[in-house]
Ligand binder design. Structure first.
Ligand code: NAD
Ligand code: MLT
Length: 529
């Protein structure tokens, strides 16, 4: 079988490329002009990028085969997640793989700017041995203000305390306990932090709220001689405001790893001796790049195989143990979803999912996505997958509700139940997973049953009286359809019953018409799951 194709469009460690090559056809094309990339992107099932390639609507609309974008790194501001979700493209990143490197680079930048290391290095290498010009400042006893006490910010806090710095931090989205854990004094406002800090370092994502958050207003209230570091995302410290504050002597030094526009070859900040710059090197260590490369390669492969992608940013996050438990239920939910439009034609207005028993405290959103995928994929032209199933349902006006209940339902340890509402009435479809991992149908059309959901199934309603099943089975035999398993559920003796049959092969329309002529057969439908 032809291998799926992945385009690696930015620098990814050899270790990662090797993992990709074990399963995929890999093209490494770094630094492609945008036009070229847009021309070839429709050939690929997966795309791996870092922070430069913009994965936006323009690219995604041309990427007709694309199933996954692997962001080899942390920040996802170069990827339009909403657009990727609309196109059913999984986006995965490696949020933890380069944290230490980014933290160490932040500290490296800070120290080199406080001690003029890059400039002194250049001066000495040019043959000038000067000392007085490069008098620096100590960090010991100073106050560092950390904006964003997440993964990297908190590591910076711990390390700078070891330097004897007082740590203050501003992060409105974390608990007080986190400030305590990292020995940081909580600042209620950004400006409180700015007014007290000798060093300001930013570690937030780039969002509408954070872009330019350290700007003119902040430099007005900052201590004269403040030092700033940006190893997060370009523009969180407004570049023009920084330039002005440097010129006015408010900022004693700046250390910048990231820029609003990258890549870049010139910038007004380059003119300042007291500005240390690096070309987005925060994650550029052997260790981080190996971790990032291998991690993203594994996730891309998982995504293409339809397996769970641990750091997918547009899917519910599943922890490893949960994944093992939920996997057979994901499979079950998708099969239950697939049943509906093969049995009924009435448009769906609402889907109410209920998860009972041991499933109640699990990440059941994934099961709802699987049900919706199963429901909609067979009837829609557009791509429907776990990523966009909810959005596609919403766009079609289907309301989706989810509920959990800890008590066992129908005597089963776990039950997935879907109540489908249509203008014609409601239909309940319920299933469970047997101890040996089989997906089983346990309720349909108000009848109780217990049959394994296999690829080919017959769903038959009949009058509950002797001879009906026999005549039905005879015709199946004549039509060469072998019954693998069968269950009959009835409401009450002599009324109607539901036969659910697992068969070994497809049942033709001709055979179905013949089956429907049997006296006592009310309906006979073939479904493929
Ligand atoms: P994280 O998500 O773990 O932490 C970000 C923190 O910022 C969170 O605690 C969040 O609550 C906080 N935050 C969000 N909005 C805020 C606001 N308005 N004010 C204050 N705090 C706010 O992220 P992380 O892994 O620590 O990464 C931090 C930054 O570093 C990101 O921008 C990431 O892209 C960047 N990064 C850069 C490099 C590099 O090469 N330079 C490498 C890795 C990560
Ligand atoms: C990241 O967000 O991980 C960094 O910017 C590093 C990178 O892209 O290489």
């Amino acid at each position: 079988m032809e291998k799926m194709k992945v385009l690696v469009a930015e620098d990814v460690a050899e270790a990662g490329i090797r993992v990709l090559q074990q399963e995929l056809d890999v093209d490494v094309k770094m630094g492609l002009p945008r036009e070229e990339l847009l021309k070839i992107i429709d050939q690929y099932d997966a795309l791996v990028v870092r922070s430069v390639v913009k994965v936006n609507e323009e690219l995604l609309s041309k990427a007709t085969r694309l199933k996954v974008v692997g962001r080899a790194g942390n920040g996802i501001d170069n990827i339009d997640i909403a657009a990727a979700t609309r196109h059913g493209v999984i986006v995965a990143n490696t949020p933890d793989s380069n944290t230490i490197s980014a933290c160490e680079h932040t500290i490296g930048l800070l120290i080199s700017s406080c001690r003029n290391i890059p400039l002194a290095n250049n001066t000495l290498k040019s043959g000038v041995f000067q000392r007085s010009r490069f008098n620096g400042t100590e960090l010991y006893g100073k106050t560092i203000g950390i904006v964003g006490l997440g993964r990297i910010g908190s590591m910076v806090a711990v390390r700078m305390r070891a330097f004897g710095m007082k740590v203050i931090a501003y992060d409105p989205y974390i608990s007080d306990e986190r400030f305590k854990r990292f020995g940081a004094e909580k600042m209620e406002t950004l400006n409180d932090l700015v007014a007290r800090a000798d060093v300001i370092t930013v570690h937030t994502p780039k969002t509408e709220e954070t872009f330019g958050m350290i700007g003119e207003e902040q430099f007005k209230i900052a201590k004269k001689g403040v030092r700033v570091v940006n190893c997060a995302r370009g523009g969180i410290i407004n570049e023009a405001a920084l330039e002005k504050a440097l010129a006015e002597g408010i900022v004693a030094s700046a250390a910048i790893d990231v820029f609003t526009k990258e890549p870049l070859h010139e910038h007004p900040l380059f003119a300042f001796d007291n500005v240390v710059v690096t070309p987005h090197l925060g994650a550029s260590t052997v260790e981080a790049q190996n971790r990032v490369g291998i991690n993203i390669a594994e996730q891309v492969i998982n995504a293409l195989k339809g397996e769970v992608v641990p750091n997918a940013v547009n899917l519910p996050t599943l922890i490893d143990d949960e994944l093992v438990i939920l996997k057979p239920y994901i499979h079950l939910a998708e099969k239950l979803g697939k049943l509906y439009f093969q049995l009924e034609k009435a448009p769906v207005e609402q889907v109410e999912m209920t998860y009972s028993g041991e499933l109640a405290d699990k990440e059941v959103r994934m099961l709802t996505l699987a049900f919706l995928k199963g429901l909609l994929e067979p009837v829609l032209q557009e791509r429907v997958n776990y990523v966009n199933a909810h959005l596609v349902a919403e766009n079609r006006g289907i309301k989706v509700f989810e509920d959990t209940e800890e008590r066992m339902a129908k005597g089963y340890a776990n039950v997935v139940m879907a109540k489908i509402k249509t203008a014609k009435g409601n239909l309940i479809i319920a299933g469970t997973v047997s101890p040996n991992g089989e997906p089983r149908l346990i309720e349909l059309y108000g009848y109780e049953t217990d049959v394994c959901l296999t690829e080919y199934m017959l769903i038959v309603e009949n009058i509950d009286r002797p001879g009906v099943i026999g005549s039905f089975a005879t015709i199946l035999g004549e039509e060469n359809v072998n019954i693998a398993a069968m269950q009959v559920g009835r409401r009450a003796k002599g009324q109607t019953a539901l036969m659910t049959l697992s068969v070994d092969n497809e049942v033709s329309e001709k055979a179905l018409s013949k089956l429907r002529t049997v006296t006592g057969i009310l309906s006979a439908k073939f479904v493929r799951l």
